[in-house]
Design a protein around this ligand. Structure first.
Ligand code: RIB
Ligand code: CA
Length: 348
């Protein structure tokens, strides 16, 4: 009897693509146990129109199926939009220059897509948010049952017992739209323990340090040549010569990210926040979590956008989140390198 393939995890992505969002998308496209039903775009790393174009163009580079890409929030709920081209590059994909895919955007908004998909597939879908939570907050306003209609939510965001990367205490996705993050965390209260959102904060995602060796191994797995070696000593105008298309563009994107981390004294490496959250969405067992009541500081003059976890019930409110506290980065990279390498080889 032919073995039956396990049912893939069906996902709604919400992204601010971004270099690490790009690798998260490749990881999911490379995963036979993942089915992407829709990609919601929000402003964050770069403006939302650029985020949407980046997703369409990565899908084009990969000759991926026609996955719905919907434009969402152009600005946060309350505060002015901040973007971070210094981190992710002028177009949000580092030094990569992706060919225009010619693919069309969805006719509906990201919020409408969120609401329609969860209503159409009650209890089935996993939501993965790797950008500011503006779209999801708006979807919750339209459909308050959303937390119960989703099977699970995984968020890359926040910092708990760890410094922020945007202010001393706040992480970018939450910092861009703290009001949205609070509305989302508040809405997901009261779910059963195995359905609580998993929040992957910097505490864990900054242990996911991609190095030039990881990238070289990924290129090897793709059968790409010449050897893909990004060196901290390269001139600033050096770009990939990889004969594998996905490897070439991915390498140019990641090079920019490594240059950024070096500039900020973090080493010539790249924190791969979003691909890690994507891996958790497919397999929550790769991360150790701890339940907490999480809220977001909105009024603090120096702490606005800080995620605060009440681990001990001080506030008398039930846990609303499972906070990621520990993982095995080496095991994650073995999985990432194998999956994306094989996928890049198949794309050619
Ligand atoms: O703080 C890291 C997060 O902010 C990542 O999702 C990165 O892409 C940016 O969105
Ligand atoms: Ca992101």
């Amino acid at each position: 009897m032919t073995p039956t393939r396990p049912t893939p995890t069906r996902l709604v992505l919400d992204v601010d693509t971004g270099i690490d969002d790009s690798l998260a998308l490749l990881y999911l496209l490379a995963s036979p146990d993942a089915e992407i039903l829709g990609i919601a775009c929000t402003a964050g790393n770069v403006p939302v129109e650029q985020v949407a174009a980046n997703n369409l163009n990565w899908l084009g580079v990969c000759d991926a199926p026609d996955i719905e890409v919907a434009v969402g929030a152009r600005i946060p709920l309350v505060c002015p939009l901040r973007t971070t081209e210094d981190t992710h590059g002028p177009q949000g994909i580092g030094h990569a220059l992706l060919p225009d895919s010619g693919r069309r955007l969805s006719d509906r908004t990201a919020t409408d897509m969120w609401v329609d998909l969860v209503r159409r597939h009650p209890g089935e879908l996993v939501g993965l948010v790797t950008g500011p939570l503006t779209n999801l907050a708006l979807a919750l306003r339209d459909e308050p049952r959303l937390p119960h209609l989703l099977h699970r939510l995984v968020v890359m965001g926040g910092a708990f017992h760890h410094p922020g990367n945007t202010t001393p205490t706040s992480e970018w996705n939450v910092s861009v739209d703290p009001e949205a993050a609070k509305e989302v965390f508040d809405a997901f209260v009261g779910l059963p323990a195995d359905r609580r959102p998993i929040v992957c904060g910097l505490d864990v995602t900054e242990t996911i340090e991609m190095t030039p060796t990881h990238l070289r191994r990924l290129a090897d797995a793709a059968g790409s040549s010449p050897d893909e070696i990004i060196s901290p000593d390269d001139d600033s105008d050096v770009r990939s010569l990889a004969d594998n298309t996905v490897v070439r563009h991915l390498s140019d994107a990641i090079r920019f990210y490594m240059e950024f981390h070096r500039t900020h004294d973090q080493g010539f490496l790249a924190h791969m926040h979003d691909p890690f959250a994507a891996a958790v969405a497919l397999n929550p067992s790769i991360v150790k979590t701890r339940p907490a009541t999480v809220d977001v500081e909105l009024q603090g003059t120096i702490t606005r956008g800080t995620t605060v976890a009440d681990w001990s019930g001080h506030w008398g409110r039930p846990p609303n989140v499972d906070v990621a506290v520990e993982t095995d980065p080496a095991a994650f990279f073995e999985e990432l390198i194998g999956r994306v390498g094989r996928y890049a080889k198949s794309v050619g």
